[in-house]
Design a protein around this ligand. Sequence first.
Ligand code: KIV
Ligand code: ZN
Length: 498
Amino acid sequence: MSDRLFIFDTTLRDGEQVPGCQLNTVEKIQVARQLEALGVDVIEAGFPISSPGDFNSVIEISKAVTWPTICALTRAVQKDIDVAAEALKYARHKRIHTGIGTSDSHIKFKFNSTREEIIERAVAAVKYAKRYVEDVEFYAEDAGRTDNEYLARVIESVVKAGATVVNIPDTTGYCLPEEYGAKIKYLMEHVDGIHKAVISTHCHNDLGMATANTISGVLNGARQVEVTINGIGERAGNTSLEEVAMILRCHNDIDIDTNINTQKIYPTSRMVSSLMNMPVQPNKAIVGRNAFAHSSGIHQDGVLKNVQTYEIIDPKDVGIDDNAIVLTARSGRAALKHRLHLLGLDLAQDKLDKVYEDFLKLADKKKDISDDDIMVLAGADRNVNHHIKLEYLQVTSGVGVRSVASLGLNISGEHFEAAATGNGPVDAAIKAVKQIIKRQMTLKEFTIQAISKGSDDVGKVHMQVDYDGQMYYGFGANTDIIAASVEAYIDCINKFRK
Ligand code: KIV
Ligand code: ZN
């Protein structure tokens, strides 16, 4: 029988730490349910002590899903563990994930401590967490740069204290695959009692080696991998779930199985990308727009003769269905409902009605409606509670003339109007917004992206605005890119704390 690899998904914790990717509790529940359908074993739902929002999300996710273990992160601090245990009270299967930095630089600069004291704190944290739950995972932060002999002593001590899983994070994404694999092998061979715990990988992608390191860890004995959808996460991200799942699926020579239903990979990827407003790079392995697009003549010729010439994965195996019915203005509510279901969204009737209404308006402007368009429409109500809303926008621009924009904003029920000229239509429109919202704010980043193709396509705009020393992230989507830009700018302003 093949060995089983446990999939620990940290999209909602490490992934969600990415600036601008924060989800509200309802959205996190939506992702958690999709992760359950995908077949992950563990969902890391948050870091409860870090904010009331995280605390609440762990509670609600615990209530919303049944099969996966719900995990909550803590530092090796009693108060963190108390709060995590409280947040996990409704989970059917629960795990506390506690830990501390073990590399010399963490010990010296972060904790101003000693190696022996760190072991004592690690053991104390595991024992304390064991008072609340049976399943305790310990992380040795920066294990990638921790010397193996000391790391083995730490791991041996926490396993003795009752840790059921030991996480070996390459926190800075520094290790080479061979080096990371050798680290896991060293622990397998030198830690007394290691068979009582599962070794987990947790790799970051700073040098583009997260997946390679993870697989190397697995080949050397790790039986849990910590991953995120689309590889999102701090800085260059974490190991991506879809890559690990498909490597194991493609390589029959590695006799290790996961519980992942690979046909749910693509819909899950789209859902996370859409809810987090985080585009997937077009050439991203498995889920990128071009992952299965053959453009060179030689490749096309080969694929037409036999797909195996250039394709190692059948796109259907990851849930990409080229024959999917295209939605148009003539599609009914049932077709939309079915498509939403395939994308992991089961909407209540009133919400479905609203999305259908918006769908028909969009279908009037654009011939074929893509999955991305549908995800944007389904997420459009995220702005309903915004106190500033765009009421109308009119722009005149062209070659050899200065652009002029006039717009109306509704601010908490009151109507305001302004007009401005600018260096291009977006500049004019933003100047008009600034005439109404008189704050010292600076636009720092502005990205426009068409969702798929065609001049009638919906443009997505991401913006970063610096206000009062804090960075705010906004998003807008519209077939009119000037309107999408203004929506993204207003989205930032709506998030200002004061
Ligand atoms: O990268 C890391 O070290 C982490 C730990 C908190 C598990 O995310
Ligand atoms: Zn991490």
